[in-house]
Design a protein around this ligand. Structure first.
Ligand code: SF4
Ligand code: SF4
Length: 219
């Protein structure tokens, strides 16, 4: 015979378990926690916010932010207009127009290379597909613009990257090669304790600004 399910009357159980001390203690413990959190918030010990943009959270070296077109030693783009990145791009946001160049080792270079930053999903597939380490990513996240045209980044915008010293380099499969072609030397990041912490237990640190200096060492 099928056993009938046990019925729990929560009202009865609560009445049985209730006591004066328990009823009094519960709200007091809750109020104590609330006051502790309020004190921590007021003294800055716990705060989920940071003073952006003066402070920024530190992102991983593999963060996939805005793209960078890397350069050869003579300053020309490493890109050979092979279309591998455009083919791999799931958002169909890379546009390339090739041109012929005199160098028989390269043969082609991009006359136009554009990324539509509003369509890009920052997957990094273009970086993975590139056989020349010609395209990598930075940790730059602030890519807002006033017009639609400004969100389509051409060769100059992708190579010049004035924001790079501030944000730092992001996802690139071959760090050594790419760092040498970027000619940027990372300064030692200055780590400071965050003004607040995300949780009571987490000991997070942040880098306010990771700075890079042009590599003046030509040896
Ligand atoms: S990151 Fe992804 S979506 Fe953006 S350009 Fe590269 S392949 Fe396309
Ligand atoms: S960035 Fe790389 S994959 Fe894309 S066209 Fe240039 S060389 Fe080819």
């Amino acid at each position: 015979m099928k056993k009938s399910a046990k019925v729990v009357n929560v009202a009865d159980r609560a009445a049985k378990e209730s006591s004066f001390a328990r009823d009094l203690l519960g709200p007091l413990v809750g109020m104590g926690l609330t006051l502790t959190r309020m004190k921590d918030n007021l003294t800055g010990k716990v705060s989920p916010t940071i003073s952006y943009p003066e402070e920024r959270r530190s992102y991983s070296d593999r963060y996939r932010g805005a793209h960078i077109l890397t350069a050869r030693e003579d300053g020309t783009p490493r890109c050979v207009a092979c279309y591998m990145c455009a083919t791999a791009c799931p958002a169909d946001c890379i546009y390339i127009e090739p041109k012929e160049v005199d160098n028989p080792l390269i043969e082609k270079a991009p006359a136009r290379f554009e990324i539509d930053m509003l369509r890009c999903v920052f997957c990094g597939f273009c970086v993975d597909a590139c056989p020349e380490e010609a395209i990598i990513m930075s940790r730059e996240t602030e890519i807002c613009a006033f017009t639609r045209e400004e969100t389509i980044w051409g060769i100059e915008r992708l190579m010049k990257r004035p924001e790079l010293p501030e944000f730092g380099i992001g996802y690139r499969p071959n760090q050594e090669l790419v760092d040498s072609t970027l000619a940027f030397t990372p300064k030692k990041p200055v780590r400071i304790q965050m003004a607040g912490r995300i949780t009571l237990k987490e000991k997070a640190t942040m880098i306010p600004h990771v700075t890079f200096e042009p590599d003046t060492n030509t040896d």
